[in-house]
Design a protein around this ligand. Structure first.
Ligand code: ADP
Ligand code: MG
Length: 256
């Protein structure tokens, strides 16, 4: 039986001053999927995430969430409340607060961001934060100021903050950018450990990382604002059209 669709984008279009960044885009995703989206620079990947989160309004098209709500009719805050969380390429953590506090500030149902710091957290909140700290492997850093974390640890904290928000769909834009190979691999393991219980869209260039997280899963290739093809990492890397659009961009060209 087909699982319910979590997200269905149909006929999405977005132009910026005449430049057609998203072009009749159709994209479907099931609940619990970990979907990787690749594509050359300028393909429209980040713009697609902007459309999902309501940061950018489409010119036309629909973006159905769970077959019931058209996200294009909601504002950014309503989309956030619906359970869609975004992680930008550069970590946006509160550097002067501890790792624990960062997670506390992000907890769903927070009384208001700063109020949370002035109330004693409840046992439920503390337990949830420790659970997340374990998942993101930062238990030992709970009392460390976020600003003192390594770049990779900041990325994991930010993923943890999406979990604290109780995001159902995590949008993760280039999580491996600037990370060491070891940090990249651990980021992949973290995302794999979340798949199933969470739905995740990962945008990435690093094909070693893409292969790690997409084994047995679907990869979507975006090109000029449309889906060029979808399939396993092997299938898309061997697709003539994909090789063609990556030609001349050796640094991001898929390799076997
Ligand atoms: P990707 O993330 O795949 O590299 P983007 O979605 O960032 O691509 O960009 C797609 C195209 O849309 C690029 O040519 C970019 O310059 C353009 N674009 C994106 N956002 C804006 C904006 N706010 N204003 C003007 N052009 C934009
Ligand atoms: Mg981008």
């Amino acid at each position: 039986m087909r699982k319910p669709l979590l997200l269905a984008a149909e006929g999405l279009n977005k132009s910026f001053a005449g430049f057609h960044a998203i072009r009749n885009l159709n994209f479907y995703m099931e609940e619990g999927e970990l979907r990787t989206v690749i594509g050359p620079n300028g393909a429209g990947k980040s713009t697609f995430l902007d459309l999902i989160t309501g940061r950018t309004r489409p010119d036309s098209g629909t973006l159905f969430w769970k077959d019931e709500t058209d996200l294009t009719r909601l504002n950014e805050y309503q989309i956030f409340r619906a359970g869609i969380g975004r992680k930008f390429q550069t970590p946006t953590v509160y550097i002067d607060h501890t790792v624990f506090e960062n997670l506390l500030l992000s907890l769903e149902g927070a009384r208001g961001v700063w109020a949370n710091l002035f109330h004693r957290p409840t046992k439920t909140q503390i337990d949830r934060i420790h659970e997340i700290l374990g998942l993101i492997q930062l238990s030992a850093k709970a009392d460390t100021k976020a600003g003192a974390l390594a770049h990779g640890q900041k990325q994991w904290l930010e993923i943890g903050m999406l979990l604290a928000q109780n995001a159902k769909l995590l949008l993760v834009d280039e999580p491996a950018a600037g990370l060491t190979d070891e940090e990249t691999h651990r980021t992949g393991e973290l995302l794999l450990s979340l798949a199933g219980r969470h739905s995740i869209i990962v945008i990435e260039h690093d094909m070693v990382f893409v292969r790690q997280i997409s084994l047995g899963r679907k990869v979507t290739v975006l090109h000029q604002g449309s889906v060029l093809c979808e399939g396993s990492a092997d299938e898309v890397q061997n697709d003539e059209r994909v090789i063609e659009v990556y030609l001349g961009r050796k640094h991001v060209r898929p390799v076997n």
